[in-house]
Write a protein that binds this ligand. Structure first.
Ligand SMILES: Cc1cc2nc3c(=O)[nH]c(=O)nc-3n(C[C@H](O)[C@H](O)[C@H](O)COP(=O)(O)OP(=O)(O)OC[C@H]3O[C@@H](n4cnc5c(N)ncnc54)[C@H](O)[C@@H]3O)c2cc1C
Length: 413
């Protein structure tokens, strides 16, 4: 089989890339070893996070570092054997999280974040997936006055970014979320983001749109990729597929391909879990809520109330460890009447992360026709469609909507 461009990986990033290439007239084949949207894109918190204009940084204050050092927090947990192995990466991440480094990362990410909702909206409309998406924002909730006051000041400091939000006192918050417990003293309702009630379903819906528009989705193992006579070839269930161009969009597994090709890109993973719950005695969650102090999100999903955890630094293949989920669950039960667990096992996901808090989007320096689109960290659902647009604009030689230089793989050379 032959096409113009092979896209490897049918997560939100790969599917969106395939759609944008197709929209520019490319004949595209999309390859994944599983169904579309069954990797990290399946189990996230479903936030199309227009309000996250400041990337997720490594803590710098001594008090925070000491607290995390004890490894008893609910928001970040680490495996004692894994951390020494990724210490150089963590050091780079720490360096890039200085006030100056964070300013650079914020500036670099802003053009993508600013377009995230409109890029999703276009695909949601075209795919007829409106029933999976809510436009009522999400609410950050606080369990004490000190944290609430700090958050209000932090939100105020974001004024230059023009975000829409409402500060809710206890009464206003409880009017908006009637089943929240009295332990919550207030909240900030971020109004620009949208939320998705089934992120895996959304990704599959986008993949179905790609197929409806004439694209092909085929099962295959991306690790069979090789270069033959100047073309790229990969094995699939339907035989070898050949193309002039290939895009690696394998999220957390992207290193399986770029490493053997000789690229030294510092991609690491931050693991995270989810579990679904019933609302106790019919309790209902109307918005996605984030307990920033506890480091977890409760999101009303098609499958139940989804609790997603923060960060676990552990090797990709290490067995799942329930400690972090249990810590978050204890906190979540204090603020919302969660009922029974609905899943037999927690879901474990892997966020693909670079230490400078930006993805890699663009061409590979030493291989003609090889392209990268991965490393979207905490915001891959948010950024999938806008990154797909940028990659497609670059690949087809169109004028790009923003300068792609900040996302170049060459920054690691
Ligand atoms: C707990 C948690 C909560 C999150 N919440 C949010 C949120 O609210 N909002 C947000 O924007 N982001 C969120 N994220 C981040 C987001 O989920 C990821 O950034 C995003 O899903 C990455 O998408 P991707 O397409 O790059 O990777 P993936 O979705 O992992 O896709 C990669 C694909 O590659 C395929 N693949 C891998 N290896 C091979 C191979 N050898 N051959 C063929 N196929 C292969 C996989 O099967 C998979 O389908 C969260 C992440 C976690 C873990």
């Amino acid at each position: 089989m032959h096409c113009q461009t092979i896209v490897l990986g049918a997560g939100i990033v790969g599917v969106s890339t395939a759609l944008h290439l197709q929209a520019r007239g490319r004949k595209v084949i999309l390859i994944d070893r599983d169904e579309p949207g069954s990797g990290t894109s399946h189990g996230n918190a479903g936030l199309i996070e227009r309000s996250s204009v400041i990337p997720y940084a490594f803590p710098r204050e001594l008090s925070s570092l000491l607290r995390y050092g004890l490894n008893r927090q609910s928001d970040v947990r680490y495996s004692l054997t894994h951390v020494p192995k990724i210490a150089p990466w963590l050091f780079k991440y720490w360096q890039n999280s200085s006030a100056a480094g964070l300013k650079v990362a914020t500036h670099a990410m802003l053009p993508l974040v600013q377009r995230c909702v409109e890029e999703h909206d276009a695909l949601i409309d075209a795919a007829g997936l409106g029933e999976l998406v809510k436009a009522n924002g999400w609410i950050e909730v606080f369990r004490n006055d000190a944290a609430f006051s700090k958050a209000k000041a932090d939100a105020h400091a974001l004024a230059p970014y023009g975000l829409s939000y409402e500060v809710l006192d206890r009464q206003q918050l409880h009017q908006r979320e009637t089943d929240l417990s009295d332990n919550v003293v207030g909240g900030i309702h971020w109004l620009d983001p949208k939320t998705v009630t089934n992120p895996g379903g959304l990704t599959r819906g986008y993949a179905a749109l790609f197929v409806k528009r004439g694209g092909q989705f085929i099962h295959g193992d991306a690790r069979t990729l090789r270069q033959i006579a100047g073309e790229w070839q990969v094995d699939s269930r339907q035989g070898p597929i050949t193309a002039a161009e290939v895009v690696i969009a394998l999220g957390p597994q992207s290193a399986d391909l770029f490493k053997p090709l000789g690229y030294r890109i510092p991609l690491e993973i931050k693991r995270g879990y989810h579990m679904h719950y019933q609302g106790r005695d019919g309790a209902e969650l109307k918005h996605s809520i984030c307990d920033g102090q506890g480091g977890y999100v409760l999101a009303p999903m098609a499958q139940g109330i989804r609790l997603t955890t923060g960060i676990e630094f552990a090797a990709s293949g290490d067995a799942a460890n329930e400690i972090q989920l249990k810590r978050c669950e204890v906190l979540a039960r204090r603020i919302f009447p969660l009922g029974q667990r609905l899943d037999a096992q927690p879901w474990l996901g892997r966020r693909p992360c670079l230490p400078d808090m930006r993805p890699v989007i663009g061409p590979a320096a030493r291989h003609k026709g090889l392209w990268f689109n991965f490393g979207h960290a905490h915001h891959g659902l948010t950024l999938g469609p806008v990154s797909g647009r940028l990659l497609a604009e670059m690949l087809t030689g169109e004028a790009t909507f923003t300068d792609p230089a900040p996302y170049s793989a060459a920054r690691f050379n």
